[in-house]
Design a protein around this ligand. Structure first.
Ligand code: FPP
Ligand code: MG
Length: 346
């Protein structure tokens, strides 16, 4: 097979084999970096107290795509940086991500994450909340030795603040059936987009923080794939198999949370369906009835197809932001990653 950067990208969206293989090939391209990042993740989170260590490693080692670390490394490479600091920052963003998922699973009362029992299923809410806090403490410790003029601290402080704000607003709005698409897009740009964008910004900064054009291009790329990623995440919650996803499905519906597909369905369905949709979003409604209604509604109005098209538009905008970057394998990998975010099945 030819190298992945020479593959015809024209049919990536429809040809599943190429899509999956492109992600594997991206992982292969930066395999050494990813191994070094795994070592850092383990080293920097180890605790001398065996129970703490077991609980922490349960989530740190718990798989996942390592999308954010991949973005740090590729963003650094496309700007010409090849040093080890990318590994530290990649581990930092992954730990912030893992901490946020640990807390998110408590909020969502989720039983499974990345194919494993969640911390609260295994050891209860108290342990889960505190392990999330512990991971933040480790992040601080990894950042504390950086130079005073390093922008990473400010970027990450701003990012974690936005993630919290996004989650608080989403929780506050969870019972609001009239939430607008624009409001929802703002929430996901905060809770998901910010950290994905920050991963790209941090990588780009490593080479030359003063090249604002490259930093801005990669930040915009990250913001757009962040939005695409969350829209697809919302779709998969309704359409994909729980085993394949490695987490519970229909969670948003069960919680009565409006997400992108439901907001779209609400705007295109008729008044009776809209009334019924509001009813099934009430957590007291029988779950099987709610799922059957929503699945039929999605089918009738082509909701999945519409949402994936919107996500692909964001992915296309992300790719367009890279136009002025050097045409290296790292740039091709970033372009392919944008398509993968939309075509992924888990
Ligand atoms: C998963 O989204 C959750 C997030 C993207 C962010 C969670 C953020 C917080 C809990 C705020 C606290 C932040 C930190 C840094 C501790 P989802 O629920 O839509 O996806 P899921 O289906 O995978 O759960
Ligand atoms: Mg969740």
């Amino acid at each position: 097979m030819c190298p992945f950067w020479q593959l015809d990208t024209g049919n990536f969206f429809t040809d599943n084999y190429y899509i999956m293989s492109s992600f594997d090939q991206i992982v292969e391209l930066i395999a050494d970096d990813l191994s070094a990042i795994e070592v850092k993740l383990t080293e920097h989170t180890a605790s001398e107290y065996s129970f703490v260590d077991m609980a922490v490693q349960h989530v740190v080692e718990g798989g996942g795509k390592r999308l954010r670390p991949i973005l740090v490394v590729l963003s650094a490479k496309v700007c010409g940086y090849e040093g080890n600091d990318a590994h530290t920052l990649a581990a930092v963003v992954e730990l912030i991500h893992v901490a946020s998922l640990v807390h998110d699973d408590v909020l969502d009362e989720a039983a499974i994450r990345r194919g494993r029992e969640t911390l609260q299923t295994k050891w209860g809410n108290k342990v889960a909340v505190l392990v999330g806090d512990y991971l933040h403490a480790r992040v601080l410790s990894m950042l504390v030795s950086r130079r005073a003029d390093d922008p990473a601290m400010a970027i990450l402080a701003d990012t974690t603040q936005a993630m919290c704000e996004g989650e608080v607003i989403h929780a506050y709005k969870s019972g609001d059936f009239d939430i607008s698409e624009a409001e929802y897009l703002k929430i996901i740009s905060f809770k998901t987009g910010k950290l994905i964008a920050a991963s790209c910004t941090l990588g780009a900064h490593l080479r030359n923080p003063t090249d604002t054009q490259q930093v801005e291009a990669l930040t915009i790329y990250g913001q757009h794939i962040g939005t695409a990623f969350q829209i697809v995440d919302d779709v998969l919650d309704f359409t994909e198999d729980a085993d394949k996803l490695g987490k519970n499905t229909f969670g948003d519906l069960r919680e009565g949370k409006l997400t992108f597909p439901i907001i779209y369905a609400r705007t295109v369905c008729d008044d009776d369906e809209k009334q019924m949709l509001e009813k099934v979003l009430n957590p007291n409604t029988d779950e099987a009835e709610a799922i059957a209604f929503v699945e039929a509604l999605f089918q009738r109005y082509g909701v999945e197809t519409h949402c994936l098209k919107v996500a692909q538009d964001y992915a296309d905008r992300a790719k367009a932001a890279l136009t002025d970057l050097p045409e290296t394998p790292a740039r091709v990998a970033l372009e392919q990653l944008a398509d993968y975010v939309v075509s992924r099945e888990s």
